[in-house]
Structure formats: structure tokens, C-alpha cells
Design a protein around this ligand. Structure first.
Ligand SMILES: [Zn+2]
Length: 388
């Protein structure tokens, strides 16, 4: 059994609040950090900066952000094509420093099966918390790729179907959104009672449930229903922020989604661009206010939506969060320790501590001083294995 000592590094463990001079030791066989202080071999990190691998709590790995191979929800997105996209996208995430994801809208149970293969050690990729297909109302947000469910009983039935398939999270659509025509971010979709039925089923099995919610009323419905995180959370007022604090619910902002659309407005459909431009500023302000108030944040990008890529957008999301007024420390916590808690993987990921998986990133500069350094060259380790 070989162990490697990594020495001479500045380390953000996820538990401390700044980078500190620390050594750490890894068991090369099981890819976990260990308690021991000595290794059989030593790697000198020459004063570089080490942080836990990033966790992206909102992806759609089966999607092609450029719509070249297959548009999300289109008939071209067959299971083989979507699996091909997912495998490629996972490698891109890994290269960007993402060592764990929560996928929140897949097709053909691809995320569930890839999650199992990764757990078994057959697939070298970020760990996956899978949600399978989302639950949406008939004709609701992303109905082309979701189970369309109406009424408490049908929601409960399909929540149980998903849990039987082995999802770790149930994704619910509480409002309309940007990416599809014929709805607005303010539209109420699944009702509070419907959302609650799915949340109950998820929690009975010790799993989580999250809701896509953009307008204030839909966000409040989902908060009252008891979801573990609200995705996007575009329109927040004081009262809603207070509800987040009382319930301890997370926000997964996904600022990269409207940012990517707004950068590419000439090539995208009018309905999408109009909605995206309209909400971008409110979104940024809401996330800034929520962070200042102390609402828990977990990083997520919504990668897979238009031009929202897997190559760079996780590290770009961190810069967008900082620009919105989230402190650099809060940003790093959102991408590591907080996201691990939300995803219920904090026993094995999210911090650099003995017994946890050796998922970490080595950087030349300090991201607490300048968050953009995460977009520069970096070395990524997943379960102790260097990503080449
Ligand atoms: Zn999404």
C-alpha cells in the first residue's frame, strides 16, 4: 500500500477560512486522504494553492450546449447520442476542476446509470448525484424531457417511480423559465401541494428534492413545500429571503445560464433572448442580496442550456457570483463544502480531510484574492488520480 505526502502547499480545506500552509497524505490505492503524516513518496507542491474539487449542483450532461449534435428535448437526442454527449461533457467538467455534479434533468435514465458506473470505479468522471427525468406539469417547463404529472397522487406516483430507479434527488418544476417558448419565469407550474408530495417522498427515503423556480410566488411555493434547494431564484424580495433563512434552504444561482444566452443573442431565438435579457439584472441583484443576508449558496451552472458549456462555465460561474456581491470565501464554500452538504455527499467529498476522497485542485495563485484564477491552468485530481 503506497501513500503519497503532498508538502509545501497552501491549502483551503473547506473548513478553514483562508489558505494555510499544510501537508496532506493520500492513500494511492483507495484515492482517499488519510490521517498519517508520512508517505512512501513525496510531492513538493512548491507553495501552490490547493482546494477541494468543485461541485456543480446543477447540470444537464445529456445536452449539447451548442445544439449542433442534438437540441435538448428534440427527437435527435436519442439515448446513444445523449450518452455520447454525457460522457464528453463529464470529461470537460473534470478538466475544469469539477469532481462531483448533481445532474437535474436527464433523459433515458442516463445520469442514473453513469452515476452507478462511476461509483463502481468503471467510469473515470466526476461523481454524479442523479435525478433522472424531472417532474413537470402537463405542458410545463421542459415537458419534452420530463414526466408530465398532474395532481398530488400522480406526483407521488412518479416520485416513487424515480426513487425506485435509484435517483438521489427529485427535480421539480415550480415555474416557467427562459429556454422554452410559451411560458414566463413568473408562471406558477406545479402547485405547493404537488411539490410537497414529491418532497415528502424524497425525504421519506432520505433523499433530496429541488425546484426550478424563478418568479417570487413559485419560489415561495417551493420553499413552503420544503425543497432542499431552489434553482435559479431570479426574483427575490425581502420576505422571500427571510423564508430561505428560516427554512435553511439553499439557492443554486446558475448565473452562467442567462450570461451565456446574452453573450450569444444574435444566434438564439428571440423569445429566449428577450426573457433572458429581461431577467439578468434582477437575478444578479437577488443573488447578491441573498448572499449578504446569509442564505446558503451552492454552485451550479445549468450547463447544457444554450451556449452554457461544460469546459469553462463552472469556473466562470464563480466569477459571476463574485461580481454579484458574493464574497470570494462564500463563493469557494458554495463550490465545495456547502454543495457537498446540499448533495448529501459531505461524508466523502467537499473538504480536504482524512477519509474523504482525494478530489482536489492545484492552482498557481490564490483564488480568495482573485476568483478568476480558477479559470487559468490547474491540475485536477479525482479520487487521487491526476486528470490528464
Ligand atoms: Zn436546469
Amino acid at each position: 500500500m503506497t501513500k503519497t505526502l503532498y508538502k509545501n502547499a497552501q491549502v483551503f480545506t473547506g473548513k478553514n477560512e483562508q489558505f494555510e500552509s499544510l501537508n496532506f497524505v493520500m492513500d494511492d490505492e483507495n484515492g482517499r486522504f488519510v490521517q498519517e503524516k508520512q508517505g512512501d513518496q513525496t510531492v513538493d507542491l512548491a507553495g501552490k494553492y490547493v482546494m477541494p474539487g468543485m461541485i456543480n449542483a446543477h447540470t444537464h450532461i445529456v445536452a449539447d450546449p451548442y445544439g449542433k449534435i442534438a437540441q435538448l428535448g428534440s427527437p435527435d437526442a436519442t439515448a446513444p447520442t445523449a450518452t455520447f454527449l454525457a460522457l464528453n461533457n463529464l470529461q470537460k467538467l473534470l478538466a475544469d476542476g469539477v469532481t462531483y455534479i448533481r445532474d437535474v434533468g436527464s433523459i433515458a435514465d442516463i445520469d442514473i446509470e453513469l452515476a452507478a458506473l462511476e461509483r463502481q470505479g468503471e467510469l473515470f468522471a466526476p461523481g454524479i448525484v442523479a435525478s433522472g427525468s424531472p417532474l413537470t406539469m402537463t405542458g410545463g417547463h421542459f415537458s419534452a424531457g420530463s414526466y408530465e404529472v398532474d395532481g398530488v397522487d400522480e406526483v407521488r406516483k412518479y416520485a416513487r417511480v424515480l426513487l425506485k430507479k435509484g435517483v438521489n434527488n427529485i427535480k421539480l418544476m415550480a415555474t416557467g423559465g427562459v429556454s422554452f417558448d410559451g411560458e414566463t419565469p413568473h408562471d406558477i407550474q406545479l402547485t405547493e401541494a404537488e411539490l410537497k408530495a414529491a418532497v415528502e417522498e424524497a425525504h421519506h427515503k432520505g433523499r433530496t428534492a429541488n425546484a426550478h423556480a424563478q418568479g417570487t410566488e413559485g419560489i415561495q411555493n417551493a420553499l413552503r413545500a420544503g425543497v432542499d434547494s431552489i434553482e435559479h431564484a431570479v426574483y427575490l424580495d425581502e420576505k422571500t429571503i427571510e423564508m430561505f433563512l428560516q427554512k435553511g434552504t439553499y439557492i443554486v444561482p446558475t448565473l452562467a445560464a442567462p450570461w451565456a444566452i446574452n453573450q450569444n443573442s444574435e444566434t438564439l431565438p428571440d423569445f429566449m433572448v428577450k426573457k433572458s435579457i429581461k431577467l439578468a439584472q434582477a437575478h444578479i441583484q437577488s443573488i447578491g442580496k441573498a448572499a449578504k443576508a446569509g442564505v446558503k449558496l451552492a454552485m451550479g451552472t445549468d450547463s447544457g442550456t444554450a451556449f452554457n458549456n461544460f469546459d469553462k462555465n463552472s469556473s466562470i460561474e464563480l466569477e459571476l457570483m463574485a461580481d454579484a456581491g458574493v464574497t470570494n470565501l462564500q463563493v469557494l464554500q458554495a463550490a465545495t463544502v456547502n454543495a457537498a452538504q446540499l448533495l448529501q455527499i459531505d461524508q466523502q467529498a467537499g473538504t480536504i480531510e482524512p477519509d474523504k476522497m482525494a478530489d482536489f485542485i492545484v492552482l498557481d495563485e490564490n483564488p480568495l484574492t482573485e476568483i478568476k484564477v480558477l479559470q487559468k491552468e490547474k491540475t485536477v485530481y479525482k479520487k487521487g488520480k491526476k486528470v490528464e
